[in-house]
Design a protein around this ligand. Structure first.
Ligand SMILES: NC(=O)c1ccc[n+]([C@@H]2O[C@H](COP(=O)([O-])OP(=O)(O)OC[C@H]3O[C@@H](n4cnc5c(N)ncnc54)[C@H](OP(=O)(O)O)[C@@H]3O)[C@@H](O)[C@H]2O)c1
Length: 259
């Protein structure tokens, strides 16, 4: 029996994936905000320490959106904290546990190969100037592409496969995080145009069972995204990894690193 940890496995696509894997006899550790607040670096680190010392797959599916800029108790913009910092930290802290598995894989549910807008705001990662839901989400998408590149570059000999996966538009109930009238509009659009969470969890389950051979793969649903696109720039990934390492150290080892 394989052990699959799903950050964001209590609802939405992650929740449907958890149900699907449990039905197939897998051991699933589904993590939601009641288990660990993944907007917190400290709680993300504590979660990584609590998980088993052998994990076959890690799914990064936790996300939270806000039309207004929300700052966490640790001083980070919330979208960045849960969508970038926590994902970086969980993947890196769980490297040893994943290396003990036979065919280890990290599946990062993100926006790879989707809307090509957005950039990393290197001089203002926390978006203190000009925050918008769109800018925060797009920065998160670009950063997650770089997380994949940075993870694969961190240990070229690793057996861990990193898969960036964009499920496209899914009727996950995500719209409930928005205020009206956006909630009603996105909810109606999702019901008509989005795929169901059950359908959206099928391909991720297949990828966990039979990961691609390459260290890093980016998929826009079934279609491969070329890793030679500018979003996967190696120098930018190294830079982001350095910044995230400092930010995490600034929280977990006060006196070292910082923002
Ligand atoms: N839906 C789409 O159309 C779509 C498209 C492209 C990419 N994606 C990506 O796919 C992923 C999953 O999307 P989704 O639509 O399934 O999301 P969702 O329905 O909103 O589910 C989000 C998950 O994250 C968890 N979560 C939220 N805040 C948390 C916190 N502070 N700490 C720990 N867990 C927390 C939730 O758990 P609780 O309920 O316990 O808080 C839930 O399990 C996201 O990363 C999203 O960016 C989605």
């Amino acid at each position: 029996m394989r052990t699959v940890a799903i950050a964001g496995g209590t609802r939405g696509i992650g929740g449907a994936l958890a149900d699907r894997l449990r039905s197939a006899g897998e051991r699933v550790i589904a993590i939601g905000s009641a288990d660990a607040d993944l907007t917190s670096v400290r709680q993300s680190a504590d979660l990584a320490a609590r998980l088993p010392d052998r994990i076959d797959a890690l799914v990064l599916a936790a996300g939270r959106f806000s039309r207004r800029r929300v700052v966490t108790a640790e001083g980070f913009e919330q979208t960045f904290a849960i969508g970038v910092l926590s994902r970086y930290l969980l993947a890196e802290r769980l490297r040893p546990a994943l290396e003990r598995a036979e065919t280890p894989v990290i599946l990062n549910l993100c926006g790879t190969g989707g809307i090509p807008a957005g950039r990393i705001h290197w001089d203002d990662l926390q978006l203190t100037r000009g925050y918008s839901l769109f800018e925060a989400t797009m920065q998160g998408s670009r950063a997650n592409d770089l997380l994949g590149v940075g993870f694969a570059a961190g240990d070229p000999g690793s057996r861990i496969r990193y898969v960036l996966y964009n499920p496209l538009f899914v009727d996950s109930g995500m719209h409930r995080q928005f205020d009206q009238p956006v909630r009603a509009l996105v909810g109606a659009a999702a019901a008509v145009l989005g795929s169901s969470v059950q359908a959206a969890s099928k391909r991720p389950a297949e990828l966990l069972a039979d990961p691609p051979a390459e260290p890093l793969t980016a998929l826009r649903r079934g279609k491969r995204v070329s890793l030679s696109r500018p979003e996967f720039d190696g120098a930018a990934a190294t830079r982001l990894y350095g910044v995230l390492g400092d930010l995490v150290a600034g929280v977990l080892e006060p006196g070292r690193g910082g923002r």
